[in-house]
Write a protein that binds this ligand. Structure first.
Ligand SMILES: [Fe+2]
Length: 204
């Protein structure tokens, strides 16, 4: 067994392929953990217009990123690998840039997060192809699921950055307005619904 595959498994994927998959999973895990900490950074430090809606949106996005990290780490173990998930390991292997510590108002935080989500999603697309090359539909499916959810969350963030009065397509303007005014309930539906007041209490 190699350093990347310390444990035996009956998963029917060739050892050489599992080794590559575990490397990719651990890098994606590191990036997800870094992204989670950066979304929380925005949650804690955002100021300005729509403070509370954005503060709560960031909390919900952070929760989702943490779920992805857990799934990536557990897939690593399922393939016979060792999950590299401490904060220091994550910081060393992450594929996204450090947070913009000069960000203060809402737009600066949103733009910083959109850029990090864009990199995360771009790297996920590479991982989807790597998993397909390794003939591992299960890992490929996990990446696709995370990619779809991450691009949805990136849309939530991007929709806040449309300057008022610039959207010319009626349906797009309506969608952006819906997100700006009701992001919490929308994201709540994505997360499986539940009582919003209860969720709010649980997250502080
Ligand atoms: Fe909080």
């Amino acid at each position: 067994m190699s350093n990347h595959l310390p444990f035996a498994t009956h998963v029917a994927v060739a050892e050489l392929d599992r080794e590559k998959l575990v490397r990719g999973l651990n890098t994606t895990l590191a990036t997800a953990l870094d992204l989670h900490s950066q979304v929380k950074q925005a949650h804690w430090n955002i100021k300005g217009p729509q403070f509370f809606a954005r503060h709560e949106l960031f909390e919900r996005l952070a929760t989702r990123v943490l779920t992805w990290a857990d799934e990536l780490a557990e897939r690593t173990s399922a393939l016979g690998g060792y999950a590299m998930g401490t904060t220091r390991l994550g910081a060393a292997a992450s594929e996204i840039s450090e947070y913009d510590l000069s960000a203060v108002d809402g737009s600066a935080h949103l733009l910083t997060l959109v850029e990090r989500y864009a990199t995360f999603c771009e790297r996920l697309r590479v991982r989807v192809n790597e998993a397909a090359d390794a003939d591992d539909a299960a890992t490929e499916d996990l990446y696709i699921e995370i990619l779809r959810a991450a691009e949805l969350d990136m849309w939530f963030l991007e929709s806040h950055l449309v300057p008022s009065g610039t959207a010319s397509v009626t349906s797009f303007a309506h969608a952006a307005s819906t997100i700006s005014n009701g992001a919490i309930s929308n994201v709540g539906v994505v997360n499986g619904g539940g009582d919003s007041a209860t969720r709010r209490r649980d997250q502080h």
